[in-house]
Design a protein around this ligand. Structure first.
Ligand code: 5RP
Length: 231
């Protein structure tokens, strides 16, 4: 990717973030996503808070928690909320039916719980994230380490090839002290079906297929934004 297209992607992310924060209302409980796109939303939220908006944030990762605190956003831990009014998060891939692959940053478990608690889950993305069929991006799967071999065998039964995610030559460890397996299923024909099968494998804490969790996706495209919304 050349420098110009990196700038273009960042502009699209930022425009999507600016569009999404307009849906936040005073006194909302707001889920705060993880990743380089969510970063722009957290910055926009911090600006609104500085200008008097009263919200409480629920972070999807330790990294996001630290960022939000550094920007003056008051937080609530996810185990202390029953519902979240609105969440703004990113995605690694999405399709026009609002199916997502998430977890490129390894925060998929908390992102999924927070999305499940959320009334209005808004995904923000640059235009490079839109696909006609999910699956080029490998599906992140958070695995309890003791179950690794079993999970790899079960993924193989589903015609998936799993690889343990590495960072600095050691397995990447999530905020929940587990490992991530990035699973390649090729292009995924039946996203909901695969998600269901992955749900049934013991030892998988969460997987990165998000189905029926998203209210709308705001995608930056050039200097415009395009909204994909459910029925
Ligand atoms: C983290 C995520 C992120 O939302 C996803 O990886 C997109 O990240 P970015 O906005 O940096 O492209 O799911 O677990």
């Amino acid at each position: 990717m050349d420098e110009q297209s990196i700038d273009k992607r960042d502009l699209e992310k930022q425009n999507a973030a600016k569009g999404a924060v307009k849906f936040i209302q005073n006194n909302d409980i707001v889920g705060l996503g993880t990743g380089s796109t969510a970063f722009f939303a957290i910055q926009e939220i911090a600006l609104l808070v500085k200008n008097g908006l009263k919200i409480k944030g629920v972070p999807t990762s330790e990294h996001t928690a630290a960022l939000a605190v550094s920007l003056g956003i008051e937080l609530l831990p996810m185990d202390q909320v029953r519902t979240i009014d609105i969440t703004i998060d990113g995605a690694d891939e999405f399709d026009a039916q609002l199916n997502l692959i998430k977890g490129g940053g390894g925060a998929l478990f908390r992102e999924k719980i927070i999305a499940s608690l959320t009334k209005n889950e808004i995904i923000i993305a640059d235009s490079g994230k839109l696909v006609t069929q999910l699956g080029k991006f490998k599906v992140p799967v958070e695995v309890v380490p003791l179950a690794l071999n079993y999970v790899l065998q079960q993924l193989a039964e589903l015609k998936g090839t799993g690889k343990v995610r590495m960072k600095d030559n050691t397995p990447f460890i999530t905020d929940n002290h587990n490992i991530i397996v990035d699973a390649d299923f090729g292009l995924i024909g039946d996203v909901a079906g695969l998600a269901e099968r992955l749900n049934r494998i013991e030892g998988i804490l969460a997987h990165g297929l998000f189905v029926n969790l998203t209210s709308k996706i705001i995608m930056g495209k050039g200097t415009e934004t395009i909204i994909y919304a459910g029925n």
